[in-house]
Design a binder for this molecule. Sequence first.
Ligand code: MCN
Ligand code: CUM
Length: 807
Amino acid sequence: MTVQTPVSLEERKDKLQGLGCSRKRVEDARFTQGKGHYVDDIKLPGMLFGDFVRSPIGHGRIKSINKEAALAVPGVKAVLTADDLRPLGLHWMPTLAGDVQAVLADEKVLFQNQEVAFVVAEDRYAAADAVELVEVDYEELPPLVDPHRSMDPDAPILREDIKDKTEGAHGPRRHPNHIFTWEVGDKAATEQALAAAAVVVEEQITYQRVHPCPLETCGCVASMDKINGKLTIWGTFQAPHAVRTVASLITNIPEHNIRIISPDIGGGFGNKVGVYPGYICSAVASIVLGVPVKWIEDRMENLSTTAFARDYHMTGRIAATPEGRITGLWCHVLADHGAFDACADPTKFPAGFFNICTGSYDVPVAYVSVDGVYTNKAPGGVAYRCSFRVTEASYFIERMIDVLARKLDRDPAEIRMINFIRKEQFPYQSALGWEYDSGDYHTALAKALKSVDYDGLRARQKASREAFKRGETRKLMGVGVAFFTEIVGAGPVKNCDILGLGMFDSCEIRIHPTGSAIARLGTISQGQGHATTFAQILASEIGIPAADITLEEGDTDTAPYGLGTYGSRSTPVAGAATAMAGRKIRAKAQMIAAYLLEVHEGDLEWEVDRFQVKGNPERFKTMKELAFAAYNQAIPGLEPGLEAVSYYDPPNMTYPFGAYLCVVQIDVDTGVTEIERFYALDDCGTRINPMIIEGQVHGGLTEALAIAMGQEISYDADGNVHGGSLMDFFLPTAVETPAWETDWTETPSPHHPIGAKGVGESPNVGGVSAFSNAVNDAFAHLGLTHTQMPHDHWRVWQTAQRLGVTG
Ligand code: MCN
Ligand code: CUM
């Protein structure tokens, strides 16, 4: 007999804490009490510690390595070099981009701090002492640091291992330092549009090399159990299943004997997608020595050797009518990939989704070509809230639009409005091959302009410029407008794979007899709050309170196969799998309800947390009751239990968008910038947890501020890395970070089961251009069209000086 509960429909809904609820993060109970469990918290009996000998030079030949003194240090167990890994075939490893990378330098070093030898010792101190004692004799070679020089006829040849290879992973190679050329679009038609245009603007835009610098650096613990033949690796992995498959392929250990576990991760930001030499060396050392081996990077190793971001040198041309209507877009990119092509892109996209660079605009014809080249720098390129190079694309087009506005002496917001893809054009086919799922750009920008009183800001700027002229102030005010379209949710398996693994994702759900549940996903949270939000999706789908659903990720022995968390794909792909698996649960629950209520399935309807008889809502079975029945009733034609799994292959990407506005005040005598105001409107479709979205936006904007206003990893002419420590790599604190104003519109994705789009990377994709446009705008009346990032005080002061306004 069903007991009637005296709660209202609203109360029942609220109890679920489902979609749209700003549910507090369940993770925080542990994180805020210092109870997180990170890889460096793992301590196993007999565990040894590894540490790297790294190259002091950027380019050179290794003449000899002498390990004797190092091996004599008490507690040192082994010193591995490429020669030790060679018999195992593990001195080189495949990269995610179809290249190979030296695990330990094999005859040559190609960037400063490259891994040369791996010392294993009883404790970290002994390992560090021994690292100092490994004697490596180098013959220095001329370093190549300027990517513009990579393909010069007389450029030093970096990759001697592949110098005669004329075919790369992405087509023909024209030079030993050439990696690939990627072309998209209609070259002839674009050139014609440029030739015929009344207005053409051209600009060279560099997006400097930066680094995501997560609080927790990369690391792992590898443990080979020689008794059962099982290799377990705990590590900072954003894609644990892919790591397992790759580990199996390169070590020949059967995949069922490898277990990859990502424990809590202290920020990933794309830095933890790639496979690093430390992982391989720890695993090899554990296999050889038969005990667990831990390797944890220090800050300088992290900044100077693991996945950097950007380093895109872009030349753009826009063709337009005198009224400001764009008629064509041309772009060439010189992409500096460092010493090995280790970009974490889907296989068919050597420059990621850079070809979204037509942005939010209805551009009739476009053409993009990207040349990837080698230099004596650390490998990587795809990281840091980039959505596979959408950050670069967005920065490029948003700067170019401002350059066009300046040329036509028009307002940058107005030029955007004129060229936006209109609401009724969705689904929209872009000139460079994407199908935008949904959008309403005019509404979003109009709301943003109104919210900040844009006309008032421009009036204030005008007054401020006049005051500056009169000598009443030494500050220049800049207003940065930026609009972005993101592309996230890789991806349809038909065109997105990594190392041949299709980029679907998954969710497996088990409902327990008493009506609570566990859900496991192929993704892995690094701070995004998945345990909170994915339980919310499920709560709305199956009527079990989010608080009664455990969410688990990151253990390949228990989680269903998935491609992991990056490219803001968790919500678009695993979030969809979660909803679909929930619907399978509900379908079976409906059959059980029909049996128990003795009606036909079709006579039942779902309401919040129960199935009720249509037209007779007093007759119902709650999900809790149905869960118990699944384990306690013999139902003809139905298996016991209540479980489901979904592997979801999305039909398309999702296209979140947003309108950002930044107001900056610049002191021309010091170059000091002050962000007076920053407003961010995001549209990520259906919002699962508004509070978490706001947190994602705050974090992404802070990183955008960091990149636009100060971060840079640079190399001097000798190949020395600068910005490789927090002494000179800008990491903003609360002091430098302004208060963020957030806002939203909600345009659901038409193909996602709950209409949600990703959001994790949006604030970075949109934010950087808003800051940079603001700085450029501050100087616009003095004739400036473009100045390169980062806009640190020194560079800003130099710009002011060049323009003749310093004191
Ligand atoms: N969300 C939501 N409603 C939406 C979209 C998202 O409530 N319509 C929630 C999601 O449920 C999830 C969070 O927002 O809890 C982020 O979701 P999503 O946009 O799907 O991004 P991912 O979970 O795939 O996270 C990856 C993304 C990337 S690629 C980088 S880089 C980045 C980012 O997330 N790294 C981060 N944000 C980060 N935040 C933290 N704290 N740490 C990182 O390493
Ligand atoms: Cu491009 S950084 Mo995120 O995709 O992990």
